[in-house]
Write a protein that binds this ligand. Structure first.
Ligand code: NAI
Length: 538
């Protein structure tokens, strides 16, 4: 495969991460099949340059980059014609695949799909409004980079045909002064839409998308937390959709916790979790952990009382109830208020500390050592992204705990050689890509009427079980990312079966057993080396 080798050599010759990102974006347009071949062959090496952490800088500088836009912008000025804009975009994309892309888009052209690209369905749409991009805040129209980055993981990880993937950015303006003052910024140069006008645009988008593509799975991504929880509540029972920051993060973190307990030999019911940060990620994780704890026999209240949250004002507790945002209320327990992290650790005595605060360096030496003093093997997950926002690094966590930490981070870190025995220990990366592509694809394949939290719980449990003992021993709390396609097939099959068993969706004809699901999913996985048909169920 000389094209693949040449592309990888050229990629490796570039030192700057953002230039690597641009190189891969050009490859995606110029030679789509080689682009996917490279990502499928080397996901661990390449994913950080199409997604987190590099995508953060790409979104910040999106309007300056010499790249073409792959997704569709729905702007505040499109109100009243959102459906037409979606269809126009899709028609243009299909025409590009049929004609323009020709040989360069082998495997995604009409010829390559085994279907008429003019009629290709939309299986998955990833949509953001750019208000809370990773831990970087409001990046306005630059949020498109997130939708584009995340959607291609559906193809790389779960084999969803790229012809059926739609990245969307709702450009509703921005409150980012830097962007508003930048003469080259290409998004709407005005304050963010809010209130009824904002809700009406989101509603028109959802209605029109559903009317046009009823089975399409919608993934909400990087909305600000004032909108994220509301939007999820409003649409979660009206069709297949989920919010990856809330629900996908919850599943990957619960999987990391379950794997951690294989290291500490602890029981889930005995854990006390302290979250630093009480936003979408934290509250989503807390609710899913509580669901998992309820399965051990606890009441809902008892399970919720195992999860404690700190926000920028200190410990979330009953005495603060009147001023709390709605999503934090269920975690406002009857405990004494603590103003800072160290005093909260002292009062609560957590077994696990999870960072979802976007405050880089918040887990300092005193904090990490306090966790190590309480626990033989402290579980510490600094999940904030990108790398600059991580609450601590892997090297720090290892040094300050004498190598005893059980660690997972949001962005990747290098392995560390443990001082006391010279063993090389790997950090785990709680990468949502282990879960959302498989789960979203399962919803699309089965035509699920909705995506329930039960599915995220099942995905977390299944993912932890797919991690081998030797992977756990080496520090990885997840299976090898280079085997992500095998992992995704197993998870997709499991979730498809569950959706069908719960009566939320249906199976293709002649598919009912686990083995038949595995065979069906494998047979329809997009393979950039050969012609792959779009599943007839989509
Ligand atoms: P968010 O904006 O909804 O929440 C951030 C929370 O941090 C808020 O509750 C805020 O009050 C709190 N906070 C801010 N300053 C604080 C301080 N000084 N002390 C304590 N708390 C403080 O953001 P979201 O969606 O919850 O994401 C948080 C971080 O988690 C981001 O950096 C994001 O990239 C990362 N993340 C990581 C994932 C992963 O590792 N797989 C997945 C999703 C998010």
């Amino acid at each position: 495969m000389p094209a693949l080798r040449t592309a990888l050599d050229a990629f490796r010759a570039i030192a700057d991460p953002l230039e690597r990102y641009v190189f891969l974006r050009h490859l995606q347009r110029r030679d789509t099949s080689t682009f996917y071949r490279a990502l499928v062959a080397k996901p661990l090496e390449l994913m950080p340059f199409v997604y987190t952490p590099t995508v953060g800088e790409a979104c910040e500088r999106y309007h300056e980059l010499p790249t073409e836009v792959n997704g569709v912008y729905i702007t505040a000025d499109d109100a009243g014609r959102v459906g037409a804009k979606l269809r126009e975009h899709w028609t243009t994309k299909m025409a590009w695949l049929r004609e323009g892309a020709g040989a360069s888009a082998r495997g995604v052209s009409a010829r390559g799909t085994g279907a008429n690209a003019g009629e290709a369905p939309v299986a998955v749409a990833v949509v953001t409004d750019g208000e809370r991009i990773l831990g970087l805040g409001d990046l306005g129209a630059g949020g498109m980079g997130i939708s584009e980055g995340k959607i291609l993981l559906y193809t790389v990880c779960a084999g969803v045909h790229p012809t059926t993937c739609l990245p969307v950015c709702l450009d509703v303006g921005t409150n980012n002064e830097r962007l508003l003052k930048d003469p080259n910024y290409k998004g709407l140069r005005r304050e963010r839409l809010k209130g009824e006008a904002y809700d009406a645009l989101v509603d028109e988008f959802m209605r029109e998308l559903r009317a046009w593509q009823p089975r399409c799975l919608v993934q909400f991504e990087d909305f600000g937390n004032a909108n994220a929880f509301r939007i999820l509540e409003k649409y979660r029972t009206t069709g297949p959709c989920f919010n990856d920051d809330i629900q996908g993060t919850a599943a990957i973190t619960l999987a990391a916790l379950l794997s951690s307990l294989r290291v500490t030999r602890g029981e889930l019911a005995d854990q006390k979790i302290l979250f630093y940060g009480a936003g979408e990620a934290g509250v989503g994780i807390g609710e899913l952990i509580a669901m998992a704890m309820e399965k051990t026999g606890m009441t809902h209240k008892q399970a919720m009382e195992r999860c404690y949250f700190m926000d920028s004002k200190g410990l979330v507790c009953k005495s603060r109830l009147s001023g709390l945002q709605p999503h934090k209320v269920a975690f406002a327990h009857d405990v004494e208020y603590q103003p800072d992290l160290l005093s909260a650790i002292d009062a609560i005595k957590p077994t696990a500390l999870i960072g979802v605060s976007t405050i880089g360096g918040a887990f300092n030496e005193d904090v990490v050592k306090a966790m190590a003093a309480l626990n033989e093997r402290p579980i510490i997950f600094p999940l904030s992204n990108p790398t600059s926002k991580a609450e601590c690094t892997f090297e720090q966590a290892m040094r300050w705990t004498d190598g005893k930490v059980v660690f997972a981070s949001g962005s990747p870190f290098d392995p560390v050689t443990r001082q006391r025995d010279g063993v090389k220990v790997f950090p785990a990366q709680a990468n949502n890509a282990y879960v959302f592509p498989a789960l979203g694809y399962a919803a699309a394949l089965t035509g699920a009427s909705q995506v329930t939290d039960d599915l995220f719980l099942a995905a977390a449990e299944a993912l932890s079980k797919l991690t081998t003992d030797s992977e756990i021993d080496a520090g990885h709390l997840f299976p090898d990312m280079n085997a992500i396609r095998d992992v995704s097939v197993a998870l997709t099959a499991e979730i498809c079966e569950m959706i069908v068993a719960q009566g939320l969706g249906s199976a293709p004809r002649d598919v009912s057993t686990h083995a038949e699901w595995l065979a069906y999913i494998k047979a329809h996985m997009y393979d950039p080396n050969v012609t792959t048909a779009i599943p007839s169920k989509l």
